[in-house]
Design a protein around this ligand. Structure first.
Ligand code: ISL
Length: 544
């Protein structure tokens, strides 16, 4: 089955709460996105992936949906949404929706009717009797809670929630759930959306609720990761819903290994167009993502290479709304914020696969400058902090852990200008604006012909116009402690991508010294001799 997205397309992710507030309530909204479309168009994005904009009580910022066919009132109305589709389309941009179908909100009509005792809706969820006066099994939970909560007033019945207790998991053994989801997808496809980003899609189908093998995190996961039932659902969603519209699907897939990944997105499978895997996000973690160590560039390079080689087509990304800002992970970032951001632009646009840019990445935004837990909103961070407290991890260490790993690091308001609240909102922003906004903002970057934004635009343009970058094969050339190099090749024409992933100068390895046709460097006076800190170069070569 062919890809339902052009190979030269670029996707820009928006976290609507944090993007642009048009009405001064401190929360970003759809009109704010409409006002900002020219920025996204000038960047060169073909698609916008919107994190959820559906009605939601916001326990997990919209990933807890109470009505899949309505817009979150804080974000605007369905008319605003239709206008967004229309205005985006005028600029050649397609809208991609976030499809969250592992769970709903406990405030969804279905769950409420289940609680009211309607059998039909009880079967939409995973409700189980307790075992010997205890919860039904020993599973873990993504947000460090107990995954089972009492179902209504019942004495001994529980519902499963792999995320917060306000996110009950759906029962994908029930064909009615499947039909509901098909209806939801068609509802949005009929309004003109071009694809879906499918939230934690490889965990939706639970084979059994039996106890799992004890693990450090997520005990029980062997019972629901990439099950045959999940593959079957994805194949049907593809053929019955997506294909008739020519719509694409990128799956967020947690804990996937290469084999599972291939089974989810190789083209002959007829499931997903591509997946977001996490291994390169995890290169600086110890066991779990809340314990971080220094990022070792070589490990990052090896991981990128491994996935580039394994999959027919990749979803390439370094940032999203769940991850700390990527350039903040470099221990020797120092004063090289701009260079590192431009290096990542070069790297992202030259890897093989669809590049996903997260809002703010194009101006080199860094982690939030939070001082204490009261400045953090994210439910996951609060839960982890509480768990660390239970484990008697000292206060200072607990905070250090959260500060470095919190998902809010990427969710601070978009920095548009040096005006009040970074031009994000005239009201009090829902999350603290990074204090560096006077220097780091879109308006300031727009004035700099050789700035960060200008380089992102340059690389995006190149990525879109160059057939080798869209279609060429990937081959790794060098993985060192500092330098990463690979080639993209098409019909004997080659582009050689070279990145210095450290804040130190680095010798260009002998094997790369033969290249002399420089296409681009992220340094004004770069491109020759030793590599500058975080320098990126692209060379052209032909096969002899
Ligand atoms: O970092 C992770 C895996 O390494 C996790 O944050 C993982 O991405 C996540 O738990 C799954 O994320 C998705 O589903 C969640 C929601 O809170 C996230 O924002 C979303 O991206 C539940 O819907």
């Amino acid at each position: 089955m062919a890809l339902n997205i052009r190979k030269d397309a670029i996707v820009y992710q928006i976290y609507p709460r944090s993007f642009k507030d048009s009405n001064g309530d401190g929360v970003g909204d759809i009109r704010g996105i409409i006002e900002s479309l020219d920025h996204i168009a000038s960047l060169g994005a073909n698609h916008i992936w919107l994190s959820p904009v559906y009605e939601s009580p916001n326990d997990d910022n919209g990933y807890d949906i109470s009505n899949y066919k309505a817009i979150q009132p804080q974000f605007g109305s369905m008319e605003d949404f239709d206008e967004l589709i229309f205005e985006a389309k005028k600029r050649g941009i397609g809208i991609v929706m976030d499809l969250v179908i592992n769970h709903t909100s406990d405030e969804h009509e279905w769950f409420k009717r289940a609680l009211a005792g309607e059998e039909k809706y009880r079967n939409y969820y995973i409700i189980q009797k307790g075992k010997n006066g205890k919860i039904p099994n020993n599973w873990g939970n993504f947000f460090a809670e107990c995954p089972w909560s009492k179902f209504g007033n019942s004495d001994n019945e529980y519902y499963l929630h792999l995320f917060s207790k306000k996110q009950p998991d759906l029962n994908w053994h029930n064909p009615d759930v499947f039909d509901e989801v098909k209806g939801i997808m068609r509802f949005w496809l009929d309004r003109g959306v071009v694809g879906f980003r499918c939230d934690v899609i490889n965990i939706i189908y639970k084979n059994t609720l039996a106890d799992g093998k004890k693990q450090l995190v997520l005990t029980g996961r062997e019972h629901y990761l990439s099950t045959d039932g999940c593959h079957n659902i994805l194949q049907r969603l593809r053929s019955e819903v997506l294909e008739p519209y020519g719509a694409f699907a990128v799956g967020e897939t947690v804990f996937v290994d290469l084999l599972q990944a291939k089974a989810l997105c190789d083209s002959d499978r007829g499931e997903l167009d591509m997946i977001f895997y996490f291994e390169h996000m995890e290169v600086d973690q110890v066991f779990v993502k809340w314990f971080k160590t220094q990022l070792k560039p070589k490990k990052l390079m090896q991981t990128l290479t491994k996935w580039q080689n394994a999959l027919q087509w990749n979803a390439c990304y370094f940032e999203n709304h769940d991850q700390p800002r990527f350039i903040s992970r470099f221990k020797d970032l120092g004063s090289y914020r701009a260079e590192a951001s431009r290096m990542i632009a070069g790297l992202l646009m030259t890897l093989r696969g669809t590049p996903f840019i997260f809002e703010g990445q194009e101006i080199g935004m860094v982690n939030g400058d939070f001082n204490n837990l009261s400045e953090i909103e994210d439910i996951e961070s609060h839960n982890i902090y509480a768990m660390a407290k239970r484990l008697k991890i000292p206060k200072g260490m607990r905070w250090k852990m959260i500060k470095r790993t919190s998902r809010d690091n990427a969710r601070t308001p978009m920095q548009w200008s040096a005006a009040k609240n970074a031009g994000f909102s005239s009201g009090k922003p829902w999350l603290k604006v990074n204090a560096n906004y006077g220097e780091v903002n879109v308006a300031a970057e727009s004035e700099k012909p050789n700035g960060i934004l200008a380089f992102w635009k340059k690389m995006i343009k190149m990525r879109k116009e160059n057939e080798i970058l869209a279609n060429g094969c990937f081959k790794v050339l060098f993985e060192g402690n500092r330098i990463y190099a690979f080639e993209r090749e098409l019909n004997g024409k080659r582009l050689i991508s070279v990145s210095n992933m450290t804040g130190k100068r680095a010798k260009l390895p002998k094997s790369l010294q033969c290249y002399d046709k420089l296409v681009v460097s992220n340094y004004e006076k770069g491109g020759r001799g030793d590599m500058n800190p975080f320098e990126f170069r692209l060379y052209y070569a032909e096969n002899k």
